[in-house]
Write a protein that binds this ligand. Structure first.
Ligand SMILES: Cc1ncc(COP(=O)(O)O)c(C=O)c1O
Length: 304
């Protein structure tokens, strides 16, 4: 991986290789922790974090849901992320990974009283599903793994434990020769990718499921805003697996995945097997926003 100089941990900037934990770290055993994934882009006015406030708010909301008391305020955590990017002197686009976890000193499932740690790392990271994927689309497999059902897990939290499911789905898809997994909810409707929200286009209408069975995605919300601004009709409703097969276009959205077209699902070619027209328009619009070229979305950028 692309190591950087410094990581921030519990109030201090420390060398990358010193950011370590004890083997009896509570979160390592029982999986209660929360995290974020945020990107910063090299714009013509310098490095800028995309939707810093929204990501930081979601981080704190995630902690609230899983009953972890965070010893830092939203403002403090935002400032730390900016300072981390300044100190690391990045030359490329950056991925920021804040993590709140329970540390060493208490074992057993009752987690109250375990020490709370907050770490924020950042490193240079390119396209998550590949540059080629952004342009030509990726191949996707509907997963045999059901997305964590809301009856038993907290889907509004970006919680560490939720990602065992995603990890198994991703593994299964890659081993089967695909690039990403598409998970169904416990009723069989499309939920989300292993780390992305999902869209289709049918007859000019952009369709994405409600967030009942997906993370409240910041990229999805941005894309919906861009679509409405362009008068592209939008529907938020459930999608069945077979409806995906006959969609004109399909794509994933996520901070890491950005707007990644999907060209094939379960061996069915989607549309013309290339990046669709509406997908392309929204992808370009999204990149114009994150790179600061669309001046009307400057409020989403925090320059370091
Ligand atoms: C499971 C899951 N769904 C959706 C998303 C997309 O969310 P966002 O656009 O806020 O990055 C992510 C990424 O954070 C994710 O991990």
């Amino acid at each position: 991986m692309n190591e950087a100089k410094l990581i921030w941990m519990d109030g201090e900037f420390i060398p990358w290789n010193d950011a370590k934990v004890h083997v009896l770290t509570h979160t390592l055993h029982y999986g209660n922790g929360v995290f974020e994934g945020t990107r910063a882009y090299q714009t013509e006015d310098g490095l800028a974090i995309f939707r810093l406030q929204d990501h930081t708010k979601r981080l704190l909301n995630s902690a609230k849901i899983v009953k972890i008391d965070v010893p830092f305020s939203q403002e403090e955590l935002e400032e730390v992320q900016l300072e981390l990017l300044r100190k690391n002197d990045f030359k490329q686009n950056v991925y920021i990974r804040p993590l709140i976890f329970l540390g060493y000193g208490k074992m057993g499932l009752y987690h109250i009283g375990a020490p709370v740690h907050v770490a924020i790392a950042a490193w240079e990271w390119g396209a998550y599903l590949g540059e080629e994927g952004l342009e030509n689309g990726i191949r996707v497999k509907v997963s045999s793994i059901t997305r964590n059902p809301v009856k038993s897990t907290f889907g509004k939290a970006k919680a560490v434990a939720n990602y065992l499911n995603s990890q198994m789905a991703k593994y299964e898809a890659i081993e089967a020769g695909y690039e990403e997994a598409l998970m169904l909810d416990d009723e069989g409707f499309i939920a989300e990718g292993s780390g992305e929200c999902f869209f289709i286009v049918r007859d000019g209408v952009l369709i994405t499921p409600p967030n009942d069975n997906s993370l409240e995605s910041i990229t999805q919300a941005t894309v919906l805003e861009l679509a409405r601004e362009r008068d592209i009709p939008v529907e938020r409703r459930r999608i069945t697996r077979d409806e995906v097969y006959i969609a004109d276009e399909a794509f994933f959205t996520g901070t890491a995945a950005e707007v990644t077209p999907i060209r094939e699902v379960d061996g069915r070619i989607i549309g013309n097997g290339k990046r669709g027209e509406i997908t392309k328009e929204l992808q370009e619009a999204y990149f114009d926003v994150v790179y600061g070229r669309d001046k009307s979305y400057k409020h989403y950028l925090t320059y370091i």
